[in-house]
Write a protein that binds this ligand. Structure first.
Ligand SMILES: [Zn+2]
Ligand SMILES: [Zn+2]
Length: 554
């Protein structure tokens, strides 16, 4: 019996690293398509030293010969970011429209994947792969050319919204085509897989238009230099900001490669035709402060981005001083508050005025709040709702709301759960292993492999290395040696250096072992480790990670 199933591997337990699978066929011979292949950003406290994570795609990597296509809805990193990094595990054709393709090409190139694997398709033109027929349906969002996917299968139609908001006067492209959606409703929509990001927000997000005047007011009311930050990928916002600056008689400098690349991609693909003229950072030197405007990266407080460097006055070319203004035309993503407020404080300390969306209406969200979600449900009239693109609490809230918007039933399907959508009543039919991969140095490692866990432990409790040399009988050849990293060396609470006290305790523990045990490496190492850690704990009150190097001389 053929069934239609939905299986999220990422994105349905977090806002980030989206990766959704749809499968069709008999259980033992299902064919798959993947929707999106994104990255996430782990927080530094949880995964020190890791800046990028991806879903663990082991499930679909093991059946990659049954994966018929990878569909990318739009060019945000949480949807496209892993397409180069993970492609080697799937080796399936990629499908997307022109603008995301411009971004994907660079990501494939970075990992040596041939651009031949990338198929550029037009919106509203069905792509047939196996039993699936998939159309890219234009939606409005905070990056150009975002598409929902209309996925037709022998068992019914799924509308996968991707990320969207309803913007009736978008900076690029057309407003959402309500007539086409009404027509889809007449034909029947079996299920909607729907963005849950703003499910807790009432009302409507508002169009990009509404922030133009407030932004002009802020910029016109600023003295000295102005630097504004937003997401590099929010091309519409970059244009809104640049136009507001131009209208206030300021020359626009785009500082930061990520932003320059996005603007270039939008111009090269013909999406953006009228971005205000910009000048280089060099040319800016000859222009008076009152006539300068910088567009910079770093709206989320990223430590290596331009805004953080400007705040610390370590940017190579952009220098703000007391009386200048920094504009955050963005929303702080949950989890980034600490970093962002650190930047605010650095700026404040130097007398630089900070303006954000709490002080002026200079940001609109790219995700649909309740009013817009309800409108999409009422246009499409889906039978079933599958909330996605959210943390667990967003998915649950969305599932609670969906029936009031007309859905017959809603299903919370977290990462790794397989929902059989049809035939029959939808139900969870399987659970597969999922998780996260961390990009660590040049390796992709499993989040549960222990690498980052032991690094975190070292970060919290320090590290002891003990070197012990024994003869065949298990007698000490020389006194043992200990090295401690990340611990106080001396204190009035103990005599001598902590390393010496630990080494002595280790020697004492070895001497206390029975002669037979002293010839057993495992027993000796365990005794050493225990002595080192309990000594550190007794003196300092912490138990560092401990490494034992045991040498036997014969
Ligand atoms: Zn997203
Ligand atoms: Zn997005």
């Amino acid at each position: 019996m053929s069934a239609l199933v939905y299986l999220p591997l990422g994105g349905a337990d977090e806002i980030g690293m989206n990766m959704y699978l749809y499968g069709y066929g008999p259980r033992d011979n299902r064919r798959w398509i993947m929707v999106d292949c994104g990255i996430g950003f782990p927080d530094a406290a949880h995964a020190p030293g890791v800046e990028i994570m991806t879903p663990d795609p082991a499930f679909i990597a093991a059946e990659s010969d049954r994966l018929d296509g990878i569909f990318i809805t739009h060019a945000h990193e949480d949807h496209i970011g892993a397409v180069g990094r993970l492609w080697g595990r799937f080796k399936a054709p990629i499908y997307c429209t022109k603008f995301p393709a411009a971004i994907a090409r660079r990501k494939l190139d970075e990992f040596g994947v041939s651009p031949k694997n990338l198929n550029v398709v037009d919106q509203n033109t069905p792509v047939k792969v196996g039993d699936f027929s998939v159309s890219f349906f234009p939606m409005t969002h905070s990056i150009p050319e975002t598409s929902a996917l209309v996925i037709d299968t022998p068992l019914g139609r799924i509308f996968h919204t991707a990320d969207f908001k309803i913007d009736d006067s978008p900076a690029f492209g057309d407003p959402m085509d309500r007539d086409a959606m009404r027509k889809m409703a007449e034909e029947g929509v079996l299920a909607i897989a729907c963005d849950s990001t703003n499910v807790f927000e009432p009302g409507f997000a508002g169009t990009e238009d509404t922030i133009k005047q407030p932004l002009r007011d802020v910029i016109a009311g600023s003295k000295g230099k102005v630097a504004a930050t937003t997401f590099a990928s929010n091309v519409a916002r970059l244009k809104t900001l640049a136009e507001a600056a131009r209208d206030s008689g300021r020359a626009v400098v785009v500082a930061g490669r990520a932003m320059q690349r996005m603007i270039e991609a939008a111009v090269q693909t013909g999406i953006m035709t009228d971005f205000p003229e910009t000048i280089t950072e060099d040319e800016a030197r000859d222009i008076p402060d009152d006539h300068l405007f910088y567009l910079v990266t770093g709206s989320q407080g990223e430590s290596r981005a331009a805004m953080a460097r400007i705040a610390g006055d370590s940017h190579p070319s952009v220098h703000l001083k007391a009386g200048d203004t920094a504009i955050f035309s963005s929303k702080t993503i949950p989890g980034n508050e600490t970093e962002v407020s650190r930047i605010y404080n650095l700026l404040a300390e130097r007398g630089i005025r900070v303006v954000d969306d709490s002080m002026a209406d200079i940001h609109v969200s790219g995700h649909a709040p309740r009013g817009e979600l309800e409108e999409v449900y009422s246009l499409l009239k889906p039978k079933y709702a599958i909330p996605m693109h959210g943390e667990r609490r967003h998915l649950h809230e969305h599932a609670v709301m969906a029936p009031s918007w007309g859905a017959e039933a809603a299903f919370v399907v977290p990462n790794g759960s397989m929902l059989q959508i049809a035939p029959g009543e939808p139900k969870i039919v399987d659970d597969v292993d999922t998780g996260r991969l961390y990009a660590d140095g040049n390796q992709l490692i499993g989040a549960m492999d222990g690498v980052v866990r032991s690094r975190r432990k070292m970060g919290m409790n320090g590290h002891i290395a003990v070197s012990v040399i024994l003869d065949d009988n298990g007698d000490l050849v020389v006194e043992s040696d200990a090295r401690v990293t990340g611990a106080p060396e001396e204190s009035k609470d103990w005599t001598g250096e902590i390393e010496g006290v630990i080494a002595e305790a280790v020697d004492g523990a070895i001497e206390k072992l029975k002669a037979k045990d002293r010839r057993d490496d495992d027993k000796v190492e365990e005794a050493i480790r225990r002595a080192a850690r309990s000594t550190a704990s007794r003196l300092w009150g912490k138990k560092p990670e401990t490494v034992v190097m045991l040498t036997r001389l014969d």
